[in-house]
Design a protein around this ligand. Structure first.
Ligand code: GGG
Length: 352
């Protein structure tokens, strides 16, 4: 009997709607080859919906996704809707509602891609950023007072819980023990006097259970500099919600383009569906032109297949990504080429 996976598709905004169809095409090709099928339910949840109906998704949106095996998301955010409205109206409720506390963001420098960084050579840079995804600096605890008056004030509290930090650290240490055996923790415990020393303390505590992993910690400012100067020295990097977000965009840029980078929002216990999305946003400046780079979405789809128990099919996709970059000069504009999204996807599928 053929296994069928129920996939929720949320294209979202801008180029999100242009990069999910290529990912779907690729998924269907490898599904046929590897003997599984995917059935898709599409949701129009987006800034457009917000402007039309006053909400990014319906009140029962999380419940509508609950019976799906995975969620594939494009991008959220569009001019006319404040970014905090679009993010807190869709992406963050899904991450939290489904306890997707690991945001996994692999970054590689592929053969055939010119990194803007001299020391980022193909085959040498292969990093995974493990970002805490449900607490930390992304917290709604706080508020605004005296709006419009000279004494107006905004307070935002970062939330770091022992349980929340420990579980993402355990995930990162386990991953490091399965990969190169090295882990770097991003901190800022010199300046951030309460939460970051707590983070560091928990890293030391959890490290004791993983003696096979060599680990160190770096202040986020120094770490950002080292990502540019010596990107090949890193294997697994674990970071809080905000630090991980910034660091993974930086790493993607070092690898040539943020258009390539994928992300998995994982509920490791599999009590709820996990969500897969390219790291890039909706890119309103190029939306509607058919020139977006679909690689981030396609690589995210590969991560989804890996999560769904099809590692061979996932590898076929990442091999095809490597091939199209190494063996052809077809490139979208962000990578210095002139190919459209469709032309690039067609070439990748030929090599699949
Ligand atoms: N592809 C997902 C997307 O649109 N991300 C935009 C973004 O700003 N995300 C913020 C975050 O991941 O915290």
């Amino acid at each position: 009997m053929t296994t069928n996976h129920r996939i929720a598709l949320i294209p979202g905004d801008g180029i999100g709607t242009e990069v999910l169809p290529p990912a779907q095409q690729v998924l269907d090709v490898v599904g046929r080859r590897h003997g599984f099928s995917l059935s898709y339910t599409s949701y129009d949840w987006s800034c457009e919906r917000y402007l039309r109906e006053g909400a990014m998704m319906p009140a029962d949106g999380i419940d509508q996704l609950r019976d799906k095996d995975a969620i594939l998301l494009g991008a959220v955010g569009y001019p006319g809707v404040p970014d905090h409205v679009s993010l807190w109206g869709l992406l963050i409720p899904i991450r939290r509602g489904f306890r997707q506390y690991v945001n996994l963001r692999p970054i590689r420098v592929f053969e055939g891609i010119d990194s803007p960084v001299r020391g980022a050579r193909p085959g040498e840079v292969d990093v995974v950023v493990v970002r805490e995804n449900t607490e930390g600096e992304y917290s709604e605890v706080g508020g605004r007072l005296h709006r419009g008056f000279p004494e107006e004030i905004a307070v935002q509290e970062a939330m770091f819980t022992r349980a929340g930090v420990s579980r993402v650290l355990d995930y990162a240490f386990t991953l490091a023990s399965q990969r190169g055996g090295r882990l770097t923790s991003a901190t800022k415990s010199n300046g951030i006097v309460h939460t970051m020393p707590f983070w560091d303390q928990l890293v030391t505590e959890r490290a004791a259970s993983f003696p096979e992993v060599a680990w160190d910690q770096e202040h986020i400012d120094a770490l950002a500099a080292k990502f540019v100067l010596e990107p090949a020295r890193f294997d697994v990097v674990v970071a809080s919600n905000l630090f991980g977000d910034i660091l993974s965009d930086l790493a993607a840029a070092v690898a040539g383009s943020i258009g390539i980078a994928p992300a998995a929002n994982l509920n490791p216990e599999r009590d709820f569906p996990s969500m897969f999305e390219p790291v890039h946003g909706s890119a309103p400046d190029i939306a509607g032109k058919g020139i977006a780079n679909p690689l981030g979405a396609i690589w995210s789809a590969a991560m989804m297949l890996d999560h769904l128990g099809h590692p061979d099919a996932a590898r076929d996709i990442t091999d095809a990504i490597a091939s199209v970059l190494a063996k052809t000069d077809v490139r979208t504009r962000d990578l210095g080429g002139t190919a459209t999204t469709a032309e690039f996807t067609d070439r990748l599928i030929e090599l699949l």
